[in-house]
Write a protein that binds this ligand. Structure first.
Ligand SMILES: O=C(CO)COP(=O)(O)O
Length: 247
C-alpha cells in the first residue's frame, strides 16, 4: 500500500490571536496535494478559532491531552473535549512535554491509548537526546519509547509516529537524510517484529527537527520518511513548500 504523506505543523506556545488569524489566511492559500494530509497544532486557546477559519483539507490537532474524560484536573483538557470541539488529532509525548513536564514513557503510552479510545488520532512523538545518540543508544531509546506505547494499544491504524531527535529540535541541526532514514527503518522493523506486518507497512513515520523549505525534499525522498512534524518553519510561508515536498 502507499502511505499518504503527512505534514504536521506544531506551533508550540507561539503567536497571538492576530498572528493565528494571519497563519489561517496563509494556510488557506496553500495548495494541498491529494496524496498529502496536513494537520496543524495551535496553542489550545486558539484551536477553535483556527479550526473555524481553516479550509477543510487542513485538520487541527491539540498539542496535548490528559488521560481522563473529566474531573478535578485543573488546567488539563480531555480527548473527549477535543472531540466535542470537532477535532480529529492530538500530539502526544512531544519531547518538550517529556522534558519540562516530566511525562514518562508510561504516561505517554497511557495517554495514547486513552485518546485513541476517545476516537482521536494520535501523533505520538519519540526521539533520543544528544547524549543518547553520542552513547550509540538511539535505537534502544526509541525502542523503549515505542514499547511503552505498544504495551497500551493494539491497533496502530490511527497512530502516526513522529521521530524527533531532541538535538535537532529548534537547533537548526537537522538530522541528515541518512541518519533519519536509519532510525525510521529501524522503527518500521520494530513494528514488524513487535506489532504486526500490517502496522509496519501502514504506519506513517514522520521526521521532526529543524525541517525547512530547503531540506524537506531530500528528507522526504527517503523510503521510510512519510512526512514531517514541523516546528518553527510551520509559522512561516515556507510551510507551503514543505506541504509540497512529496508531490
Ligand atoms: O519539535 C518540533 C516539532 O514538533 C520541531 O521543531 P523545529 O522544527 O522548530 O525544530
Amino acid at each position: 500500500m502507499v502511505r499518504n504523506f503527512f505534514i504536521g505543523g506544531n506551533w508550540k506556545m507561539n503567536g497571538s490571536l492576530a498572528e493565528a488569524k494571519k497563519l489561517v489566511e496563509m494556510l488557506n492559500g496553500f495548495e494541498v496535494p491529494a496524496n498529502t494530509e496536513v494537520v496543524v497544532a495551535p496553542p489550545a486557546l486558539y484551536i477553535d478559532r483556527v479550526h473555524q477559519g481553516l479550509k477543510k483539507e487542513i485538520k487541527v490537532a491539540a498539542q496535548n491531552a490528559y488521560l481522563k474524560a473529566s474531573g478535578a484536573y485543573t488546567g488539563e483538557i480531555s480527548p473527549q473535549m477535543l472531540k466535542d470541539m470537532g477535532l480529529e488529532w492530538v500530539v502526544l509525548g512531544h519531547s518538550e512535554r517529556r522534558e519540562y513536564f516530566h511525562e514518562s514513557d508510561e504516561l505517554v503510552g497511557k495517554k495514547t491509548a486513552f485518546a485513541l479510545e476517545a476516537g482521536l488520532s494520535v501523533i505520538a512523538c519519540i526521539g533520543e537526546k544528544l547524549e543518547e545518540r553520542e552513547a550509540n543508544i538511539t535505537n534502544d531509546v526509541v525502542a523503549r519509547q515505542m514499547k511503552a506505547i505498544a504495551a497500551e494499544i493494539k491497533d496502530w491504524t490511527n497512530v502516526v509516529v513522529a521521530y524527533e531527535p531532541v538535538w535537532a529540535i529548534g537547533t537548526g541541526k537537522v538530522a541528515s537524510p541518512e541518519q533519519a532514514q536509519d532510525v525510521h527503518q529501524f522503527l518500521r522493523e520494530w513494528l514488524a517484529e513487535n506489532v504486526s506486518a500490517k502496522a509496519a507497512e501502514e504506519t506513517r513515520i514522520l521526521y521532526g527537527g529543524s525541517v525547512n523549505g530547503g531540506n524537506c525534499k531530500t528528507l522526504g525522498a527517503k523510503p521510510d520518511i512519510d512526512g514531517f512534524l514541523v516546528g518553527g518553519a510551520s509559522l512561516k510561508p515556507e510551510f507551503g513548500e514543505i506541504i509540497l515536498s512529496r508531490q
